[in-house]
Design a protein around this ligand. Structure first.
Ligand SMILES: Cc1cc2nc3c(=O)[nH]c(=O)nc-3n(C[C@H](O)[C@H](O)[C@H](O)COP(=O)(O)O)c2cc1C
Length: 178
């Protein structure tokens, strides 16, 4: 069986990779084994995103509001990407205590690039329960993050429950419920 959902991520110190594996495991449990294919952007071109109708993309924010380095290397590939047949959702890793002015900025930049490529975005996440002073990852009305915001530095114990709830939300928003 070919996978239904392509999950693309970049990760410098493995936290985003661990979250990606947990999201894959959750969705596989709900939709059937092999439903999600993981792709680390360090060795997968972004053109592979176009092979999927459903996309998930994960990015941590680094260095005061910057992209994770492997995403940054591939960023220009978005210029020629056509994803108008795709439903997409994003998740990010960040540190709200260490970097409160730039919390999850890269999550917002990734969402914008996917939208510019024509994808229809899903998976907004409430911003209550976080403490920060600035973020480029908020929705226009500032009430939510554009995707799932995880903080394994300060709220590691919450991450599994957030991932489980977000995966159920995605299945409903993607219309994949059985
Ligand atoms: C030097 C450094 C800079 C960081 N800058 C930010 C930042 O600007 N905003 C943010 O939300 N998190 C920031 N973080 C936190 C990382 O996003 C967090 O550690 C994340 O879990 C790393 O994910 P990864 O292991 O997948 O690369 C920074 C961490 C380090 C060590």
């Amino acid at each position: 069986m070919s996978a239904t959902i392509g999950l693309f991520y970049g990760s410098s110190t493995c936290y985003t990779e661990m979250a990606a594996e947990k999201i894959r495991d959750q969705l596989d449990a709900l939709l059937g084994a092999g439903s999600v294919a993981l792709h680390n952007v360090i060795d997968t071109p972004l053109s592979a995103m176009a092979d999927y109708r459903y996309l998930i993309a994960g990015i941590p924010t680094w260095d005061y509001g910057e992209l994770q380095e492997d995403w940054e290397t591939r960023w220009d590939e978005f210029d020629t990407l056509q994803l108008s047949h795709c439903r997409a959702a994003v998740f990010g890793l960040g540190d709200q205590i260490g970097y409160p002015e730039w919390f999850q900025d890269a999550l917002g930049y990734l969402w914008t690039r996917l939208q510019q490529s024509g994808a229809t975005l899903a998976g907004e996440w409430p911003n209550s329960g976080y403490t920060f002073t600035g973020s480029q990852a908020l929705t226009a009305d500032q009430r939510a993050f554009v995707g799932l915001a995880l903080d394994d530095e300060n709220q590691f114990e919450q991450s599994d429950d957030k991932i489980a709830a977000w995966c159920r939300q995605l299945i409903a928003e993607f219309g994949l419920a059985g």
